[in-house]
Ligand binder design. Structure first.
Ligand SMILES: [Zn+2]
Length: 571
């Protein structure tokens, strides 16, 4: 291994394996070798209905093995599109494609002991045959069941060709939509036994998707908790990162902060292009930098958020909470032991969710639900816990927080309106801790209600949830304080600063912002100072009531990793 804490892999697509002249590739490849340590390559045998011959595969294999780089297989189950980057999915109700899938997997399994599936292993086909087969069921149900069958068939045929083979299924970054096109984490994780995570967040604002940047970390953890020990790695690419090179570094950092076992760089062909070559030294820099301190970090930890398997809701909102400085540990299993659990609309897929919420509250715990979930559960028994009503959408122009007599302690005007769903609370049944105001009206943004000995928090999700990034620091502090409760390490900062916690009290703060930002870190019950894990530099804090606060200026798009001067954060 080139690095102490993870292995690395480079993905070579069908086009790379096919078109590179392996006999003369020593010179061009030196650029990659010089800049990044590569332990393994995934050699793709099939993509867009194109097979690479065993001869070509073996030439590439010889090239890499001579350098001590191991070789595994890769497959992209996509059909031919109009161009090389255009694609269509397989149609699994058509026997021709099922036969093709079997042929591809048998062919590849005979060549390699390990195969990874690029994340085109879904189906969006709505041909006459699929429409007929689907019948009255939903596309979600039809496709998840179809892909469950296909995965069983695929693994069976792979093992027939090579009994030692493992077929790793890589899950795409679009986690909230898996089930619509057949990705079925609930069933496939056990059929395949080995998972992988797409951490390509790229550019949140400009790309087609709706992915908060913290997602690169969030999804790594979700796939890990879905099958502990079997999330084999994280995979990202340089696409749409050219205008902000730090966004590429960020994908690499977040993948590793989640304790990735392997880091896959996609792909050799892209790195050979003149306009993408700069990403190779960047990748090498990130790998070397994080490797130097990653071993000092314990296991990742954070506030539990529950997203049942194959569920959807609030459209990728959860990782946006990570952008607000709330450390998250997502899981597809209801985290009964957690002191606080965050639930978005996707939790409504759990038929027992009301009983589970009540169960937590009766154990004196905190449950945070989004306004969207509150609305979804309104007629399913939530009224028994808190009586809310829902109106339309309202515009707020001012934000206030923390009640003081009949008003609030803090007020700030916003530079433009924010549209939020109108949640109506019953006076003195719920309390608005953070509120939006417009005209002479006020609308809750975060409310608290007690039930039994527990606390239910309703967090209002703005129509455009990235508008939360414009909330003033005092409002974010109120939100963080209510959700994080007695967490030992917390930050006060504008939105766009993330914190990553580890169970040995080490932590990382990372800026997603385009400007230097002051960040205040508060550590409870300690008299120790914090130490920069990379430089050994001590940051001195100020003591206050058994707590200690540290203030630092975090430069744009940078991170700092810390431990404690005495090796722990106290008791
Ligand atoms: Zn079809």
């Amino acid at each position: 291994m080139n690095y102490k804490n993870f292995s690395t892999a480079l993905f070579c697509t069908v086009f790379d394996v096919e078109h590179i002249d392996w006999g003369t590739f020593d010179d061009p490849f030196r650029f990659i070798e010089k800049n990044a340590g590569i332990d393994k390559v995934y050699l793709e045998t099939y993509r867009a209905e194109h097979f690479v011959s065993a001869d070509r595969i073996n030439e590439a294999r010889k090239f890499f093995e001579k350098k001590g780089i191991s070789c595994s297989g890769g497959i992209t189950f996509s059909a031919k599109g109009r161009t090389s980057w255009d694609f269509r999915s397989f149609c699994y109700s058509n026997q021709r494609y099922v036969d093709e899938m079997i042929k591809v997997i048998e062919y590849t399994a005979a060549l390699f002991d390990e195969i990874i599936l690029d994340d085109f292993y879904f189906t969006n086909c709505k041909c006459e045959m699929c429409i007929r087969e689907k019948g009255d069921t939903s596309w979600d149900d039809y496709r998840t069941e179809k892909l469950r069958e296909m995965s069983k068939l695929m693994v069976k045929h792979a093992k027939l060709a090579n009994k030692n083979v493992r077929v790793i299924i890589k899950y795409p970054n679009w986690y909230d939509d898996y089930q619509h096109t057949g990705y079925n984490l609930r069933d496939q994780r056990e059929i395949h036994g080995y998972l992988y995570t797409g951490t390509e967040t790229r550019d949140s604002a400009l790309t087609q998707q709706n992915l908060p940047r913290y997602l690169s970390y969030f999804l790594m953890r979700y796939i890990e908790t879905a099958m502990p020990g079997k999330n084999m790695g994280g995979w990202f690419d340089p696409f749409d990162c050219s205008h902000n090179l730090n966004s590429y570094l960020e994908q690499a950092y977040l993948t590793m902060f989640a304790k990735s076992r392997e880091v896959t760089l996609f792909c050799l062909g892209a790195f050979m292009r003149r306009d993408f070559r700069q990403f190779v030294p960047l990748a090498g820099f990130a790998l070397e930098r994080v490797d130097a301190f990653l071993g000092k970090l314990g296991n990742p930890s954070g506030i539990a958020c529950y997203k049942p398997f194959n569920s959807e809701g609030d459209n990728y909102f959860l990782p946006a909470l990570g952008m607000l400085g709330i450390p998250l540990e997502p899981t597809p299993f209801f985290p009964e032991d957690a002191d606080t659990v965050i639930l978005s609309e996707s939790a409504s897929a759990d038929a027992d969710i009301i009983d589970r919420i009540k169960g937590q509250l009766k154990k004196r715990k905190t449950v945070v639900i989004t306004s969207t979930l509150a609305k979804a559960l309104h007629d399913r028994g939530l009224r028994d816990i808190v009586d809310l009503d829902f109106g339309g959408t309202v515009a707020i122009r001012r934000i206030a927080s923390e009640m003081l007599l009949c008003g609030y302690k803090n007020y700030a005007d916003l530079s433009s309106d924010i549209l939020v769903p109108r949640v109506i609370i019953r006076t003195n049944d719920s309390w608005p801790v953070v509120a939006g105001q417009g005209g002479e009206n006020g609308y809750p943004l975060l409310t608290e209600t007690t039930y039994a000995e527990g606390k239910l928090i309703v967090l209002v999700v703005p129509e455009r949830y990235s508008d939360m990034y414009a909330y003033p620091v005092f409002a974010l502090d109120s939100i963080r304080c209510r959700i994080l409760g007695k967490s030992r390490i917390t930050i006060s900062a504008p939105a766009g600063v993330g914190i990553f916690l580890y169970d040995n009290n080490c932590f990382i703060v990372e800026s997603f912002l385009a400007r230097t930002t002051p960040v205040t870190i508060t550590v409870r019950n300690t008299n120790e100072d914090i130490i920069d894990l990379e430089t050994g530099e001590k940051v001195e804090g100020r003591g206050e009531g058994g707590n200690r606060t540290f203030t630092l200026d975090l430069a744009a798009s940078t991170f700092r990793a810390f431990g404690f001067s005495g090796g722990n954060a106290g008791t």
